[in-house]
Design a protein around this ligand. Structure first.
Ligand code: PLP
Length: 406
């Protein structure tokens, strides 16, 4: 990679400031490690925000992308392509086999499709367009930055400056079934929640709550739509996080980890409702291209061949235990450890951003989340050695922050 590029200056001069100025320039990655433009190595427990499922430069992904690039990149959805057909079959199978799939390019777009589903469903139920449009979401939710996703995300930081938002969204308290029951009325078409809230600070649905929500939606005739954009694709030690709960949603949004680094989103919709999307009702130019679907197929095949779900289950339990032990050791530094598999949040007592920055300076990349949380999102290929290394660095940084706090 070229070394004499002043990326900081180029960023300042040419890129919108919506991300602030990112603090570091990465030039290459391999497995669970990244290298910056000064040659420093980092352990990557961010995984591009739960995206690089198989770590960096995985040979199966490189091969799939390379071969597909030499064969066929794009034809549009005016025509069929084989990778899209095969990937849809695989995802439908993962979801139970009784639905249909639509491909898009991001998590927010997957959620837009789900919100559009709720409108079509409400119209079918009420017999009238514009009726029965309410969607009940959870407090602290994050569903993306498009108008629909933003309207479903009750955070001033996300919504501020962009009003008026899409109407029809209401918010209830996560893990409080009564709160959801009270929010659902005759104008409600769907309930839409993350199985495990990610950006909001790693808050899993409790088993009793999600099972109760499933029955509640069934009884009240509203859709249960689950946002698995961050928690899906084997990240929690099950292909979909809802599998841990034994519930079956009516529709699923997914994205982040599905392509192991290529941009892809998808929705799965139960056959009872999939026919609401008749020809012409929804589309996206780049959805389901041969290139992207090939990378996603390689991701799913590798998860299967390398038994990554089992490995995340075991290593995730190991990581969670080790972090709980660290909490016992440093109770003044860690308030709570939450999560499942390789989707873990550590609610710290000190400033989470200071700890995130300190970790980076000591060679560990971890992302923050709301509520003073530091997230551990290792690539699914990470083993105990990497987990031990990450926890060692994190512990050092926590001790630095405790010492500074006095
Ligand atoms: C990241 C995320 C989104 C938005 O996905 P984008 O690809 O950034 O549009 C939506 N929902 C959840 C739960 C997410 O974590």
């Amino acid at each position: 990679m070229t070394t004499n590029i002043d990326t900081e200056k180029l960023y300042k001069d040419n890129l919108l400031g919506n991300y602030g100025l990112p603090p570091i320039t990465f030039v290459r990655g391999r497995g669970a490690y990244l290298w910056d433009d000064e040659g420093n190595r980092y352990l990557d427990f961010c995984s591009g925000l739960a995206v690089t499922t198989l770590g960096h430069s995985h040979p199966a992904i490189a091969k799939a992308i390379g071969e597909q690039a030499e064969t066929l990149l794009h034809v549009s959805n005016l025509y069929r392509n084989q990778p899209q057909a095969l990937l849809a079959q695989k995802l439908n199978e993962k979801a139970g086999g009784n639905g249909k799939v639509f491909f898009c390019n991001s998590g927010a777009e997957a959620n837009e499709a789900l919100i559009k589903l709720s409108r079509l469903f409400g119209q079918r139920k009420s017999g009238q367009e514009g009726k029965r449009i309410k969607v009940v979401c959870a407090e602290k939710a994050f569903h993306g930055r498009t108008f629909g996703g933003m309207s479903a995300t009750p955070k001033p930081k996300v919504q501020g400056g962009f009003h008026p938002l899409v109407p029809g969204f209401e918010f209830a308290e996560l893990n409080n079934l009564e709160s959801f029951a009270n929010a659902i009325d005759d104008d409600t078409s769907a309930v839409f929640v993350e199985t495990i809230q990610g950006e909001g600070g790693i808050h899993p649905c409790e088993a009793e709550f999600l099972n109760g929500l499933r029955s509640l939606c069934h009884d009240r005739g509203v859709l249960l739509m689950l946002d698995e954009v961050q928690c899906g694709i084997a990240r929690t030690g099950a292909f979909f996080a809802f599998e841990h709960y034994g519930v079956k949603p009516d529709a699923i949004g997914m994205a982040k980890g599905l392509g192991s680094g290529v941009p892809i989103g998808a929705v799965w919709i139960d056959d009872q409702y999939a026919d609401l999307f008749t020809p012409g009702t929804h589309a996206t130019t780049f959805g389901g291209t041969p290139l992207i679907c090939s990378a996603a197929i390689a991701t799913l095949d590798t998860i299967e061949q390398d038994n990554l779900i089992e490995s995340v289950k075991q290593n995730g339990a190991y990581m969670l235990n080790a972090l709980q032990d660290l909490r016992s050791e440093l109770p003044d530094g860690i308030i709570q450890v939450r999560g499942m598999g390789f989707l873990v949040g550590i609610q710290v007592a000190g400033d989470n951003m200071a700890i995130v920055n300190e970790c980076r300076s000591k060679g560990l990349i971890v992302p923050p989340a709301e509520g003073n949380v530091v997230r551990f999102l290792p690539p699914l290929i990470a083993g105990r050695e990497e987990i031990d290394e990450a926890i060692g660095i994190f512990k050092d940084c926590l001790q630095v922050s405790l010492a500074e706090a006095g």
